[in-house]
Design a binder for this molecule. Sequence first.
Ligand code: F6R
Length: 242
Amino acid sequence: MKIIILKTAEEIGVEAAKIFTDEVKNNPSCVLGLATGATPIPTYKNIQKTFNEGGITFKDVKTYNLDEYCDLPKADKNSYYTFMHEQLFNGLDILEENVHFLDGNTTDCEAECKRYDDEINNAGGIDIQLLGIGNNAHIGFNEPADEFTTGSFKVKLTDSTIEANKIYFDENPMPRYALTMGIKQIMSAKKVVLIATGPKKAEAVRNMIEGPVTAQVPASILQEHNDVVIFLDEDAASLLKK
Ligand code: F6R
C-alpha cells in the first residue's frame, strides 16, 4: 500500500485527479471504476479542470460505478446516476453509452448483477478503481460481514451507513438496500486509488491499514492488492501508529 498524507482534501483532489487524467492521456480507451459520496468531489472537480484545459478526451473512456441505491428512480436527485452526471460526466465529453451503473430498480437483482459483472469483464476489467471508505470501513457498499463478497450483489445497508448518508435525503426516506460491486470485483481492478478525509474516517483507516485482513473491516482486503494508493488528510491519518 502506498500511503500519501496531504494537508487538505483539496490537495488530495489535485493529486488523485492527476492519476486518472494521466491514465486517460496514456490509454484513451481505459476503463475507470468510480465512486460517489462527498470524498471524490474535489477529484472530480480537478478531472473536469484538466479536461477544460484541453488536450484530453474522454470519448473512448468507459466508466463503471461501484454502486446504486435500490428502488430510487434513476432521475432522483439522490441517485448515484444523478450524482455522477452532476459532479463529473456533464463536464466532460464522455459518451452516455460509455457510462455504466447497476440498475437499482431491476426486478431481477441476480440477473442484473451478473449482467454488470459480465460487462466489466468483457470490457477488459477496470484499469483504475476509485474508492472512498465508510465510517465502518465499507468499500462500495460491502458492509462488514462474515466473508468477503465476490461479484455484484444486493446488500442491506447497515445502520452506520444509513446514519452517514441519510443527511442527503431531506424529502424521502433513504433506501435501505443497494446493489454494489463485490470485493473480488473491486480487487480485480489493476490499480486502486482510495481517498479518506476527515476525522470520522480515522478509525476505519487505521483498521484498514494496520489491522488484520478481515471481512469485518472490508477495506482491509486492500492490504492484499499489489497496486493501491491511499490518499489521507491529516485527520483521517490521525490514528495511524506508523
Ligand atoms: C459510494 C461508495 C461508498 C463511499 C463511502 C464514503 O459509491 O462506494 O463506499 O465511498 O460511503 O462516502 P463519503 O465519501 O460520502 O464519506
